[in-house]
Design a protein around this ligand. Structure first.
Ligand code: SF4
Length: 153
């Protein structure tokens, strides 16, 4: 079992930059400019979250997504649990992760923003939602296992 990171260690992590197509490339196609985070980038960004007891970021979310919980699961590398938490609260996380104005909602409330940059909640929502779409079989199996009383959900 790995040692839990300290608050100081979490605060020292820089906010991730969203990879994007370069200008020349994107002028020649109609695909998304933002390319999405890699798993390693997403987990590192999730490790910035302080899992605050006062879940102030949730207050900024119109649908009250369990933000600290889905991010903490992601930081622990448990993508299945992270996706389950996210999908429990929001039927369209891949859309919200792309089009919600997080800078004036959840991220505007994040305590990291007091002295630096907020946790990239929108990027993480998009990452987990996209992961869930490509791992639907794992999510379905987890739901079936929970329904039969043999697994967690
Ligand atoms: S306010 Fe920021 S650091 Fe605290 S739980 Fe929410 S996302 Fe994490």
């Amino acid at each position: 079992m790995t040692k839990a990171m300290s608050t100081k260690e979490r605060l020292a992590i820089q906010r991730v930059l969203m990879p994007e197509q370069d200008a020349e490339q994107r002028s020649r196609n109609f695909t998304e400019v933002n390319l999405g985070l890699s798993k390693e980038q997403a987990i590192q960004e999730a490790q910035r979250c302080l899992n605050c007891k006062n879940r102030i970021c949730v207050q900024g979310c119109p649908v009250q997504v369990s933000i600290p919980e889905f991010i903490t699961a992601l930081a622990e590398g448990d993508l299945l649990r992270s996706a389950q938490i996210l999908q429990h609260d929001n039927a369209l996380p891949a859309v919200c992760g792309r089009v919600c104005p997080q800078e004036s909602q959840c991220e505007a409330k994040c305590v990291h923003g007091v002295k630096g940059q907020p946790v990239a909640i929108g990027y993480l929502e998009r990452f987990v939602a996209d992961w869930a779409m490509t791992h639907a079989n794992q999510l379905d199996s987890a739901v079936l296992a929970a329904a039969s009383g043999t697994g967690r959900c």
